[in-house]
Design a protein around this ligand. Structure first.
Ligand code: CP
Ligand code: NVA
Length: 298
């Protein structure tokens, strides 16, 4: 087992990212036989929990689903003490947390790989599935044009980093105050060395015009539910409906990490329409977890 952590996509090199995507398309081998993977969740999950569990099963290992009721990260026990304990039992520790700092704190004491299953900053395991889906439907990611619409979420940040590492061009269409931070801009500028580019606009139509892939996410993430009514009118111009999608290339695909709030960030005719690849994307979550674990074990 490599002692490598995966808190954000750029914890891998571009070559390693490509290797994980390649491993995701290979048949499963029992690389986790006799070993366990701890799956800690501070927030709800459908896709991440189930895709991770079944990936571990396919690799011959034992997945342990651990909720906040057992761990109480930084309340019942510090995140670092949870990590110090669990690494005596498990070969990999994966966690979905509110504060990204809980993951970096775990890394500071970890003797096994720490995997981010979503934090307030990043959702790198989602980006793996997004990139695999894009590669499968559009071919090599290098040179592709991607658009992100609406709130610049954890999912948006990880997809931007991953796609730019592979040489894609990302345009974000979002309202003022809901876009990338200045630290994000610095990080994305550095990734232009791989041949891609990054830009932001307030104009949703300009963002999607001529792109290969249109992506969106919830207008309010887990923990931001009280902002739902405030955000709706601000985000409405960025809703992906049939009209907005028609400005992308005719063969463009539509992606959404899910869960979808139908009629908010995307309409049902888009989510269920011929350009949507959301179910392949959701199912690729399992294949890319398999690819990531297999790469770690190699
Ligand atoms: N996309 C995603 O991470 O879904 P869950 O929150 O259901 O795991
Ligand atoms: N941005 C969303 C993604 C859910 C998979 C959230 O953090 O709730």
């Amino acid at each position: 087992m490599k002692l490598r952590h995966f808190l954000e996509v750029d914890d891998l090199t571009p070559a390693e990212l490509a290797a994980v995507l390649d491993a995701s398309e290979q048949p499963a081998t029992p690389v986790l036989a006799g070993q366990g993977v701890a799956l800690i969740f501070e927030k709800p999950s459908l896709r991440t929990r189930n895709s991770s569990e079944m990936a571990v099963v396919q690799l011959g290992g034992h997945p342990a689903y651990i909720t906040d009721a057992e761990t109480g990260l930084d309340r019942r026990e510090s995140a670092v003490d949870v990590c110090r304990t669990l690494q005596g039992y498990y070969s990999i520790i994966a966690a979905r947390v509110f504060e990204h700092s809980k993951l970096t704190n775990m890394v500071s004491v970890a003797t096994v790989p720490i995997i981010n299953l979503l934090s307030d900053e990043a959702h790198p395991v989602q980006a793996l599935a997004d990139l695999l889906t894009i590669r499968q439907h559009c071919g090599p990611v290098e040179g592709l044009k991607l658009a992100w619409l609406g709130d610049f979420t954890n999912v948006a940040r990880s997809l931007t980093i991953g796609s730019m590492m592979l040489g894609a061009h990302m345009t974000v269409g979002c309202p003022d105050g809901y876009g990338p931070s200045s630290a994000d801009f610095d990080r994305f500028s550095a990734l232009e060395q791989f041949g891609g580019s990054f830009s932001v606009t307030n104009d949703a139509h300009a963002a999607v015009t001529g792109v290969d892939v249109v992506n969106t996410d919830a207008w309010y993430s887990m923990g931001q539910e009280t902002e739902a009514e405030l955000r709706k009118p601000i985000m409405t111009p960025y809703r992906v409906d049939a009209n907005l999608l028609s400005h992308a290339k005719p063969e463009a695909i539509f992606l959404h990490c899910l869960p979808a709030h139908r009629g908010d960030e995307a309409t049902s005719d888009v989510l269920d329409g011929p350009q949507s690849r959301i179910w392949r994307q959701a199912h690729n979550r399992m294949h890319t977890m398999k690819g990531l674990f297999t790469w770690l074990c190699a």
